[in-house]
Design a protein around this ligand. Structure first.
Ligand code: GDP
Length: 321
């Protein structure tokens, strides 16, 4: 395993976006350190507002910043609110990265997403596929802003010698996920469907598409562990993918979800719903070479997530903001 190049103990650590799924997981992970965790509610500092961010950063002077704040959402939200997706994300990244530079922040980790890669990138997708081809048009507003974020990180490294890095997580699941049936991603959608089908004693449950597409899933607490691992051990201009390294078909996922939930009904595949891209897998060899691997198998992660889901008050199974 790579040796730490930076220690987090004793540091003032700012998690931007601490209420989001990723930010909250980072806050949980970082409690293991003897560090001061800083977080600021949106009502107090709007990260899209340059003056507010600069004032806050100059006053609080964190040593480390995890930039997990972003406007995120699925295909429907991206198509409906393109201005929000590009503007909010560009502003948040530009403001936080520039203010971090001005305040002398020692380490910054920008969280992106594997959807920044070209639509027809080779599979598994290596980091150097970035900017080699046209993007998936439905999420290019978000992707362009996130690519600009990576470029900001690289530019501040080059021009100002700042030790800022960028990472790209694959599809995530776990606490804080969106369980709304129409806008959620497949894993939380299937978990909820199986839970409700079981409760209702329904004989069958519907899965969208053919069940053949392949996807990769990572528990958000494993993601947080990898992000902190990279914050301590990686310094470089090249971004780093974070994934499980394992892909499953949607049919296999649905079967595993039903097993986890204890639902024994029939699976019906609804061909009127789109399959989307046939395969989406991140190449995680850069991360693996540093010595990181996930703690939870998909089976274990699902069990934990289902327990969290079943314990959550119904009102907390939110749709995206
Ligand atoms: P994607 O990874 O960007 O394509 O987004 P999704 O997670 O929404 O969908 C992944 C795959 O799961 C697609 O092939 C969907 O058709 C399939 N799928 C099967 N059942 C569901 C469901 O109930 N909800 C969602 N969102 N996708 C489903």
């Amino acid at each position: 395993m790579a040796e730490p190049v930076y220690g987090l103990d004793g540091k003032r650590i700012f998690v931007a976006g601490h209420r989001g799924m990723v930010g909250a997981a980072l806050m949980r992970r970082l409690t293991a350190y003897d560090a001061t965790l800083l977080a600021v509610p949106r009502e107090e500092v709007d990260l899209r507002c340059q003056a507010a961010v600069e004032d806050w950063m100059a006053r609080e002077r964190p040593h480390v910043v995890f930039l997990a704040a972003a406007r995120v959402g699925g295909i429907a939200a991206n198509s409906r609110y393109p201005a929000d997706f590009i503007y909010d994300n560009l502003m948040i990244e530009a403001n936080v990265i520039h203010a971090a530079h001005r305040a002398g922040v020692e380490r910054l980790v920008l969280l992106g997403s594997t959807c920044i890669y070209p639509k027809l990138a080779p599979q598994p997708i290596p980091e150097d596929a970035l900017l080699t081809g046209p993007l998936e048009p439905t999420n290019e507003w978000y992707a362009i802003a996130k690519i600009a974020g990576i470029k900001l990180v690289q530019a501040y490294r080059r021009q100002h010698g700042r030790d800022f890095i960028a990472v790209q997580p694959t599809n995530l699941y776990g606490p804080g996920d969106n369980y709304d049936p129409e806008t959620s991603h497949v894993l939380p959608a299937l978990l909820r469907k199986a839970h409700e089908a079981k409760a209702a004693g329904a004989p069958r449950m519907t899965v969208w598409g053919s069940g053949r597409p392949l996807r990769e899933f990572l528990h958000v607490d494993d993601l947080a562990d990898a992000v902190v691992f990279l914050a301590e051990r990686y310094s470089g201009e090249a971004p780093v993918n974070i994934g499980s390294g394992e892909e499953v078909s949607i049919r296999e996922l649905a079967e595993l979800v039903c097993e986890t939930v204890g639902y024994g009904g029939e699976l019906v595949f609804d061909a009127s719903r789109p399959d989307g891209t046939p395969r989406k897998l991140a190449d995680v060899s850069r991360l693996s070479a540093l010595g990181w691997s996930r703690a939870r198998s998909l089976r274990d992660g699902l069990e934990q997530t289902y327990a969290d889901f079943a314990a959550a008050p119904a009102g907390s199974l939110r749709a995206p903001a």
